[in-house]
Write a protein that binds this ligand. Structure first.
Ligand SMILES: *Cc1c(COP(=O)(O)O)cnc(C)c1O
Length: 410
């Protein structure tokens, strides 16, 4: 790929919050002042050493960073090709990468004098991370969740309530993640004075996609150092699963200008990208439109109605993808593929028995792509995949998919 000293992939977004044709700030006038004050505060924090000192302290003592970089030796032997490393972000407090970002936003909220935090959540993982950090700081927390998801994700709803959060079931629209996002935005406009909206992925109006990316970039920064210590060089290929794209952006971003490093995002192919939209592959199977305050690739029907998508992994069923990924896709700096439910389940099981790690279903998609890729590459090729979440939350789904009845494993 052509690149020179004056051309960086890391300078975006522009002042309008655009990554090429994607991103931006498609919000009502009433929301604009809030977004601008958030942007101003974030711009200040970015270069404020005391902000990052607080982040680093909490990352170390509350989250457990740095997460290890782990050489998956038996998996590597089994696949018979490239060397496979895992970035162990599933070992973070609350079991996934989400808390990296939530901490950043909540420290920002505190600096802005906000006392009430709102969030949207689909599968509940971002809601749990937000409720956790709110409990830690004694902040009021309200989580909007589609009524349908409240039913499907009962354990996470209970976790949030244990942590002191109020969970609001959203019945408007079709009662899913998209409707929860709309209600959260409405809440924000109505409660401007004391409320901060904590978004869970690299989506939403500018500056959210860049801000969430910057908080998650700790993942890729650590990988650079850890890989240098382990192998004395950069990895050859990075692989990460994509829902909205925050764990992937966090791993990819610090490597964007190292154009020898291959970057691959893995979307949820559900029952197959060619079947009647029974998937969540926004880039592979969607087209550009506007949702949640930004322009990006979306799952939509011919009339522009947002579709719900389908995946065995609840955490991947965001109907869009972060605008920076849409841009990286269009300029060709990153490649995006999809993995079906069946393939992800196979990778899930292999990871359990070969590595003693029960992965979440989301990174099982990334792992499934690594399983396809590694055997085609030489032994001196290094792949690093992001193990962005642990699988405790998914064992019931997996049991059902594999035909086990819980409580009857005889
Ligand atoms: C939420 C979640 C995802 C999807 O979100 P991204 O923003 O794409 O990272 C992926 N994996 C896990 C474990 C999650 O909890």
């Amino acid at each position: 790929m052509a690149n020179d000293l004056f051309n960086s992939f890391m300078t975006g977004p522009d002042e309008q919050g655009r990554f090429g044709d994607f991103g931006g700030r498609f919000v009502s006038e009433t929301l604009m002042p809030l977004i601008l004050s958030l942007e101003e505060e974030y711009e200040k924090a970015k270069t404020d050493e005391s902000f990052w000192a607080e982040m680093n302290d909490l990352w170390t003592h509350y989250v457990g960073r740095p997460s290890p970089l782990y050489f998956a030796e038996r998996l590597t032997d089994h696949l018979g090709g490239a060397k496979v490393y895992m970035k162990r972000d599933e070992l973070n407090h609350t079991g996934a990468h989400k808390i990296n970002n939530v901490l950043g936003q909540i420290i920002l909220a505190r600096r802005m004098g906000k006392t009430r935090i709102i969030a949207e959540t689909g599968a509940g993982q971002h809601g749990v991370a937000t409720a956790t950090v709110c409990a830690k700081f004694g902040l009021k927390c309200v989580v909007y969740m589609g009524a349908h998801d409240v039913e499907r994700q009962a354990p996470n709803v209970f976790r949030m309530r244990l942590l002191g959060a109020e969970v609001v079931p959203v019945t408007s629209g079709r009662g899913t993640l998209k409707d929860a996002m709309n209600d959260a935005l409405r809440d924000w406009v109505t409660n401007v004075r004391d409320t901060f909206y904590c978004i869970g992925t690299v989506a939403g109006p500018h500056p959210y996609p860049a801000m969430v990316r910057d908080f998650q970039a700790i993942i890729g920064k650590e990988v650079r150092e850890q890989m240098d210590a382990a192998e004395g060089r950069l990895p050859d290929t990075l692989v990460a699963a994509i829902g909205g794209g925050s764990n992937a952006m966090g791993l990819f971003f610090p490597f964007l200008d190292d154009t020898d490093v291959n970057i691959i995002g893995v979307e949820a192919g559900g029952k197959g990208v060619n079947a009647k939209m029974e998937h969540c592959a926004s880039l592979t199977g969607g087209r550009p439109g506007v949702l949640h305050g930004n322009r990006t690739y979306l799952l939509q029907d011919d009339d522009g109605q947002i579709l719900e998508g389908f995946s065995i992994s609840a955490g991947l069923d965001y109907p869009g993808i972060g605008p920076e990924h849409a841009w990286l896709h269009e300029i060709g700096r990153a490649k995006y593929v999809s993995i079906t439910d069946v393939e992800a389940l196979e990778a899930f099981q292999l990871c359990c028995t070969l590595e003693g790690i029960i992965p979440a279903l989301e990174p099982s998609h990334a792992l499934a792509h690594v399983m396809k890729l590694a055997p085609t590459l030489p032994a001196d090729h290094i792949i690093c995949m992001n193990m962005c979440g642990r699988g405790d939350k998914d064992i019931f789904t997996v049991a059902k998919a594999l035909g086990f009845e819980m409580g009857n494993f005889g």
